[in-house]
Structures are given as structure tokens and as C-alpha cells.
Design a protein around this ligand. Structure first.
Ligand code: 5AD
Ligand code: SF4
Length: 395
């Protein structure tokens, strides 16, 4: 009998792949997109990394912690496979934001990695894997080909149409890629490139395809969905179009940037029957001084007025947020302003992050001067506050 594991190569044996996904919903959708592309190319998805011929890490660079976890897991997965399947060596790929952040330097930091592919080059992955498998088949013991593709500028529209959705009922749907906001702490504009919008006709076509597959709920995704604009159709126009798609039961969207959220959007949330009555509106800090340093483009007053407006127009709508604790130079007084804002607004839930210094960003030029202990203390305080608010809101 053929020892498939020892051969571990060859399209005719349907090599199987495993994807470990880190970070946001955008990455979750990218992993589905890649699964669809690889299925189409004849590879089989497995949920057992120790049995995979190809292990792909779809990575996040938003915080250092997420990057560190990937580096430690690469070695761990390889060890696990060596133990469970002696004599086999998987092809290892690192894709997504870390790929763009480190490019070919990944091969020095993680010598087990065979290919590195950035977020805009995802369509090239099946062909890259074919090349690696062919090279491995030719000279298994000398196999050392390394491939990286990180300079792509745009994704071909076709990648969104393989019909692969992990969940049978709910689908994430990308409406725009990248971000041009350049918040001073954020690496996204550098690793995912400038904001680009998909054509609304393509988005609607994908929704119809998903519905054909049995999906009835969707979440529209983008780093700043409110900035959507394509041939005269803005975000409000887009949600109106989506609301009229037959067979769709419910939909939502994320993420909204306060500077681009408007009463028109709130009216749409209130008026469109399929649109969920919820809004994720990251505040990041309650201190005007810190918001300015963060380059967020709004003040605390502007944000609070927006929230009032939202609640007036969308009675009973839920509100969630993101907060960063310990941005450079954040004083006790700045933190108190954030703490009080969280108390006053009463979010249904909040993601609270400790500031993490990121390469390329503007904030990297500022000293990371809030100590680890201070960050941890402030983080714990605000987490506890939000926990009690969320609990109260739930009942
Ligand atoms: N440090 C900590 N949190 C960050 N975020 C983005 N960049 C950083 C960083 N450098 C958070 C923001 C954003 C969320 C997705 O991640 O709160 O809204
Ligand atoms: Fe990052 Fe700001 Fe863009 Fe969000 S809006 S992805 S925080 S740069």
C-alpha cells in the first residue's frame, strides 16, 4: 500500500491543508477564501494540524502578543507532527499581516517556514504550494525552496466567489480592503495597504451566491465600512441594496469609524428591516489629548453626541467599542477620562487592549512610557467596570 504520509506530496493523492487563523474577522474570511481556492485546486481541508501536508498560519500584526504566539506555534506544530507522524515534514506557510510586516525576514526568524504571502497576494497561494510540492517531490532530502510574495497591490475579484463558507448559516463578506486612516498606533494601513472598495454589484452577487449555499445571515466587513464609496453608491446606499436581496434574513456590519458615521446611517439601521440594530463604534480613548495623538479625527464631545444621536434614532440598539489603554504619555488623568466615559456611555460590551508598539507607525516615534504595571492596573480596572456594565445590560 502507498504510504501517503511518507510521500506527503503529489496532487493525485490530494494533499491536505490546515489553516490556523489569528486576529480579526477579516482574517477569518481570508482563511475561508483561501480554503475555497485550495479546494478548487484539488487540496483537502483538515482540522488536524498533525496530519496536514501543508500548515498555513494566517497571521495578525495588530499587537505584538499575536505575533509572538505564531512564532512559538510554528515550532510546536512541527514537533507535534514529528511525534505523531514520524518521517513526515509539512510544508509551512505564513500568510496575512505578519507576512507583509516581516516579508522574507520571516525565514530568518522562523526557518521552518517555506512560503510567505502577504494579504494582497492570497490568490497566488495554490500555485506557490504546487511549486513547493513539486520541488519537494524531486529532492525530498534537499528540499529547501523558499518562496515569498508580499508586494501585490490588489486582489482579483474572483477569489471571493468560490462559495466556501465555514458556517452554514452565517457568512462574513468583505466590502472593502485595507485602510487609509493611519491612526498613529495602527499597523493595518502598512500591512493591508490603502482603502479599496469592491464594486457593489460584485458584493451583491456574492451575497446571492452565499444565499444559494444556504446562508441567511451576513456581516459586511471592512476596516472602516462607513467610508464605502463605489460609483456614487455610499455605505447607506449599499446597506439599502443589501436589505433588498431576496432570501437574506438578517445582516450587520463592522467596523465603523466615528468620523464617518452619520445620522443617515442610524436612520438606515432604524428603518431597514433586515439590518441588525447594533453598532460597533471604537472610541479608543476618552481623552481629547490622546485622541489627537492617536490621529483619530474626532473629540470626546463629537463621539458622545454621535452616541446620543444613535440612541435617539435607533431606540434599543446595542453599542460596542474598542479601547486602548496605555498609549504613549497616557497619564492617570487621561485614563480617568476613558474610565468615566465607559461608565457614562454604558457600552453593551467593549474590547479593551493594552497598547502595543508597532513598527512603521507614527506612535513608534513616541516613547512607550506607560509601564507594564500601569498598563495592567488600568486594563484590569476598566475591564472590571465594563464587566459589571455588560452584566447589568444583559439582564
Ligand atoms: N496596540 C493595542 N491595540 C491596538 N489596536 C490596534 N492597534 C493597536 C495597538 N498598536 C486595537 C484598536 C482597534 C482594534 C482592532 O485593535 O482598538 O480598534
Ligand atoms: Fe487601524 Fe485606524 Fe484603520 Fe482601524 S481605522 S484599521 S485602527 S488605522
Amino acid at each position: 500500500m502507498l504510504d501517503r504520509r511518507r510521500l506527503n506530496v503529489g496532487k493525485e493523492l490530494q494533499p491536505c491543508f490546515y489553516i490556523a487563523t489569528f486576529g480579526c474577522q477579516m482574517n477569518m474570511r481570508d482563511s475561508e477564501v483561501l480554503s475555497g481556492l485550495l479546494n478548487r485546486a484539488g487540496f483537502t481541508l483538515t482540522n488536524k494540524p498533525e496530519k496536514a501536508d501543508i500548515i498555513i498560519f494566517n497571521t495578525c500584526s495588530v499587537r505584538q502578543h499575536a505575533e509572538d504566539r505564531v512564532f512559538s506555534l510554528i515550532g510546536e506544530y512541527k514537533k507535534r507532527q514529528k511525534k505523531k507522524m514520524p518521517g513526515t515534514v509539512p510544508i509551512i506557510g505564513l500568510i496575512g499581516c505578519m507576512a507583509k510586516n516581516y516579508q522574507d525576514k520571516i525565514f530568518n526568524k522562523a526557518p521552518d517556514v517555506d512560503f510567505v504571502v502577504g494579504p494582497s497576494d492570497i490568490a497566488k497561494i495554490p500555485e506557490i504550494i504546487e511549486r513547493l510540492l513539486a520541488s519537494k517531490k524531486k529532492e525530498p532530502s534537499l528540499f529547501q525552496l523558499k518562496i515569498w510574495e508580499t508586494d501585490g497591490e490588489a486582489r482579483p475579484e474572483e477569489i471571493y466567489h468560490t462559495g466556501f463558507y465555514e458556517d452554514k448559516k452565517h457568512a462574513y463578506l468583505v466590502i472593502s480592503e485595507g485602510c487609509s486612516n493611519f491612526c498613529s498606533y495602527c499597523v493595518v494601513p502598512y500591512v493591508r495597504g490603502p482603502l479599496r472598495h469592491r464594486h457593489y454589484k460584485d458584493i451583491l452577487a456574492e451575497i446571492e451566491e452565499a444565499i444559494d449555499k444556504g446562508v441567511s445571515e451576513i456581516t459586511l466587513l471592512g476596516q472602516n465600512v462607513n467610508a464605502y464609496q463605489y460609483e456614487g453608491v455610499n455605505f447607506v446606499g449599499l446597506v439599502e441594496l443589501v436589505n433588498s436581496v431576496k432570501g437574506l434574513k438578517e445582516f450587520g456590519f463592522m467596523t465603523s469609524h466615528p468620523k464617518d458615521a452619520s445620522s443617515d446611517l442610524f436612520k438606515a439601521i432604524s428603518g431597514l428591516d433586515k439590518l441588525k440594530k447594533s453598532l460597533h463604534l471604537p472610541i479608543q480613548s476618552g481623552s481629547d489629548r490622546i485622541l489627537k495623538l492617536m490621529n483619530r479625527g474626532y473629540s470626546k464631545r463629537f463621539y458622545l453626541d454621535l452616541v446620543d444621536n444613535y440612541r435617539k434614532i435607533v431606540g434599543g440598539g446595542t453599542l460596542t467599542t474598542d479601547i486602548i489603554i496605555g498609549f504613549p504619555s497616557e497619564s492617570e488623568a487621561d485614563f480617568k477620562e476613558t474610565y468615566n466615559l465607559v461608565k457614562d456611555v454604558g457600552f453593551n460590551s467593549a474590547y479593551i487592549f493594552k497598547y502595543s508598539l508597532r513598527p512603521h507607525t507614527e506612535a513608534v516615534k513616541m516613547p512607550d512610557d506607560v509601564t507594564k504595571k500601569e498598563k495592567e492596573g488600568r486594563h484590569a480596572l476598566i475591564l472590571e467596570l465594563q464587566r459589571s456594565i455588560s452584566e447589568r445590560k444583559r439582564c
